[in-house]
Design a protein around this ligand. Structure first.
Ligand code: GLC
Length: 559
């Protein structure tokens, strides 16, 4: 079987709003992508996944689409999009778009018609969305149909007075969920998808894909996630899109769907299934939560880092998919903190821990995604004012923390540690004003680290994080990393991250200390014949090694 392009690819996730501002309005844009195409070429990536570029009121930075057929004015014109695709293709770089199918913006004409009984197209569009009549309590007060909780922290229902109904939104209230049981709606989304394919894109990242189906009995529950996540019927919808659109047009798809069981994963990405090519899962992403914290709950409460949990998650998906589908690896996306701040150490061991994270992730099998800024070790935001933040989720959650007794400073620290804005600050190109991202005040402040952490400073230094990312990416292809077989060494060890990846021509051995303290590793295996490929420390391979904080070494043995 011929290998598909994506099977050993490195995909660069580009958060366009913060990548590069070419027209001086403080917001990244397609001309910025064109101007900085050389960055993708230099880094050696095979594809660029662009975050949503559609017309949008930007309540959720473009995941709230008000017109799929138009490009947001913030990002440029359709001509710019076409030029970007053409220029990327000239350099053999594929383009992946973000396909948002679970919801639209409340400013989408479909929803405007759906809300307004006097709108001439009301009949047609009302059922494109999900409505329920109000309930009433014992005192006759109107209450929401259920207590289901939205992913952004409030309830999932909002009231629409003109129809005396509630509409469902599992994200922000400006993002009403679409009704996938409505055939006309589905056909309209198929037309959107086909139109994007015809623009020349090579693939899609399918947003929120496991939420398409809801429990239409609307049972009351809190938080109720099981009533709008991973319900069996969403596979039918995805299969239909795969069969009619993705496969026949040869577009690669990666679906965002957390918590898949083996059976489900096979439906999503099994070689003989039609849904997706790869699965974006989240098992490794929040392995440092304090689940007992009652003030900042869930992902917002920082706890001890569970290194075993991270390894187990990668091992789980690798083992589960081996032989049945293709695996995908990444550290983080635009919804999680910067990995070097989150799982590494952004102070004393900034560079060393960034390299440790580079070596530990990218020698594992699977297609790889690198997130914008990771390649230069960008760190979390340093914002001190609530108004510095931008994410819709931040403001609801800040109020939640305060109402549960958090001090302002405690709540702010949670935002700096855990909010999605951490990953969204402008790319740090240079030490020039605004980090060289823009010539004017950016839509979101640049992080104070930019005079030292920036691309220009790293380009000339062969040992820099950037240059080592380049080296590792070129090694991935040369050594067939993506196709190998992963085996962790002492998976249960709480501090180190060691594995072998058996590839066609030999074995990769990665030895790393994930902690800010000494760790002993015992290697009960034949060590002869391994040569060092990369290292961020002074170590020699032996059966017992005392690893210093964040020590990491990559070896290779030819068969
Ligand atoms: C996905 C996106 C996230 C967005 C949400 C709603 O989880 O990654 O950024 O807010 O979907 O579209």
């Amino acid at each position: 079987m011929n290998k598909a392009w994506w099977q050993d690819a490195v995909i660069y996730q580009c958060y366009i709003r913060s990548f590069y501002d070419a027209n001086g309005d403080g917001i990244g844009d397609f001309r910025g992508l064109i101007d900085k195409l050389q960055h993708f070429i230099d880094l050696g990536v095979d594809a660029v996944w662009v975050s949503p570029h559609y017309k949008s009121p930007m309540d959720d930075n473009g995941y709230d689409v008000s017109d799929y057929y138009q490009v947001s004015d913030d990002y440029g014109t359709l001509e710019d999009v076409k030029e970007f695709i053409a220029r990327a293709h000239q350099h053999n770089i594929k383009v992946i778009f973000d396909l948002v199918l679970n919801h639209t913006s409340d400013e989408h004409p479909w929803f405007q018609a759906a809300c307004d009984p006097n709108h001439p197209e009301h009949e047609r569009y009302h059922d494109y969305y999900i409505w329920q009549p109000p309930k009433y309590d014992a005192d006759g007060n109107r209450i929401k149909p259920t207590k289901w909780l939205s992913w952004f922290g409030g309830g999932v229902w909002d009231y629409n007075e003109p129809t005396d109904e509630y509409y469902l939104h599992i994200f922000s209230k400006k993002m009403p969920d679409l009704n996938w049981r409505n055939e006309a709606m589905k056909n309209d989304l198929k037309a959107v998808t086909k139109w994007l394919i015809d623009l020349g894109v090579d693939g899609f990242r399918v947003d929120a894909s496991n939420h398409l189906e809801k429990n239409w009995d609307f049972p009351d529950a809190y938080p109720g996630y099981e009533h709008f996540s991973s319900l069996p019927k969403h596979h039918e919808y995805l299969e239909e899109f795969g069969r009619e659109l993705f496969r026949p047009n040869n577009v690669m798809t990666m679906g965002e769907a957390g918590g898949a069981s083996k059976e489900e994963a096979e439906k999503y990405v099994g070689y003989d299934h039609d849904e997706f090519n790869m699965l974006i899962q989240f098992g490794h992403c929040w392995q440092d939560c304090d689940w007992t914290n009652q003030i900042t709950t869930g992902k917002w409460a920082k706890g001890d880092l569970n290194v075993v949990g991270i390894k187990e998650s990668f091992a789980h998906f690798h083992d589960m998919l081996k032989g049945i589908g293709h695996n995908l690896i990444y550290w983080h996306n635009h919804d999680q903190p910067r990995v070097v701040s989150h799982y590494g150490n952004d102070q004393e061991y900034w560079k060393k821990s960034a390299l440790m994270l580079l070596y530990t992730l990218y020698f594992m099998p699977g297609t790889a995604i690198v997130y914008q800024g990771e390649e230069i070790g960008m760190i979390n935001v340093d914002y001190t004012d609530l108004s510095d933040f931008r994410d819709v989720e931040v403001f609801t959650e800040y109020d939640n923390f305060r109402s549960r007794g958090a001090s302002h400073e405690y709540a702010m620290q949670a935002l700096r540690d855990r909010s999605r804005d951490n990953a969204r600050s402008p790319f740090q190109w240079s030490s020039e004003p605004y980090a060289g991202f823009s010539t004017t005040i950016p839509w979101m402040n640049v992080v104070g680290s930019y005079p030292t952490i920036n691309l220009a400073a790293q380009q000339t230094d062969p040992t820099s994080i950037f240059n080592q990312y380049k080296t590792v990416f070129s090694m991935r292809k040369k050594r067939g990393i993506s196709d190998g077989t992963l085996t962790f060494i002492e998976l249960d060890h709480p501090d180190h991250y060691c594995y072998t990846n058996k590839v066609q021509e030999g074995t990769i051995l990665v030895i790393a200390n994930f902690r800010n303290k000494e760790t002993l590793i015992t290697l009960d295996m034949e060590l002869d014949g391994y040569e060092e490929l990369l290292s961020n420390c002074q170590q020699s391979l032996q059966p017992n090694m005392i690893l210093q904080p964040y020590d990491a070494i990559v070896y290779f043995k030819k068969e």
